[in-house]
Design a protein around this ligand. Structure first.
Ligand code: ADP
Ligand code: MG
Length: 226
């Protein structure tokens, strides 16, 4: 079943009177539960595409649909509801709250979503145990390695059981071995829970593990493999 569709999307930024075409006439669709890897050189429009898909920034032309609804034609409150509930984001720099423990960081989105505390704590503990941090739950980010911190960020993105997880170079600042560990937990959690996963990466071997690959170059999709 289709979950996301992009139709003829173009994104143009204006910078000091100059127009930058970050995306040029991009169209594709993704099914629920699929894992998609987005590849492409720096500046090819990967982050721009992800922000369009995630309801964070509207296309200059064209449309983005989530379950058949045109994202940027939704009332503002419905779009922000969708962003908080249906989408989970993971970035290269995890932006964990330094004064909170790993467990508290993972619980936080649940609390923002006004879910019952005990239920949040149980889910957060389960996620952290699953990524091998069962013994480190009460440590603060400053007491964890970069890879461990990113595993906490993965758990945090999954806390509210979003249908769609979007990761923008989630392992960009980690060594290969640590990065592979993160990819493993991300894949495992998404496959186990049937989540749709979209990962932007420079790390090409990851593409082998995806259902779809989208390769961008200069704002265009130059290669699709499904
Ligand atoms: N907010 C912005 N204002 C102006 N130009 C931008 C902005 N964000 C991105 N760009 C430009 O758009 C192009 C695509 O950027 P981006 O989507 O970040 O690429 P990638 O993630 O593949 O490195 C680049 O030329 C970049 O400089
Ligand atoms: Mg980027």
């Amino acid at each position: 079943m289709e979950i996301l569709r992009v139709e003829n999307a173009t994104k143009t930024y204006s910078l000091e009177g100059e127009e930058i075409k970050a995306l040029r006439d991009v169209s594709f669709s993704l099914d629920a539960g699929d894992i998609t890897v987005i590849l492409g050189p720096s500046g090819s429009g990967k982050s721009t595409l992800l922000s369009l898909l995630g309801g964070l920034s509207s296309p200059s032309e064209g449309k983005v649909f989530c379950k058949g609804r045109s994202l940027y034609e939704l009332p503002v409150d419905e779009l922000s509801h969708l962003r908080n509930k249906a989408f989970g984001f993971i970035f290269q720099f995890h932006l964990l709250m330094p004064e909170l423990t790993a467990l508290e960081n993972v619980i936080l989105p649940g609390q923002i979503g006004r879910r019952e505390f005990e239920e949040c704590r149980e889910r957060a503990e389960k996620l952290l145990k699953h990524v091998g941090l069962g013994e480190r739950m009460n440590h603060k980010p400053g007491e964890l390695s970069g890879g461990e911190q990113q595993r906490v960020a993965v758990c945090r993105a999954l806390m509210n059981e979003p249908e769609i997880i979007m990761a923008d170079e989630p392992t960009g600042n980690l060594d290969t071995k640590t990065a592979e560990g993160i990819h493993d937990v991300l894949w495992d959690l998404c496959q186990k829970e049937g989540r749709t996963l979209i990962v932007v990466t420079h790390y090409e071997p990851l593409a082998k593990r995806a259902d779809h690959i989208l390769t961008l170059n200069a704002g265009q999709v130059v290669k699709k493999r499904s």
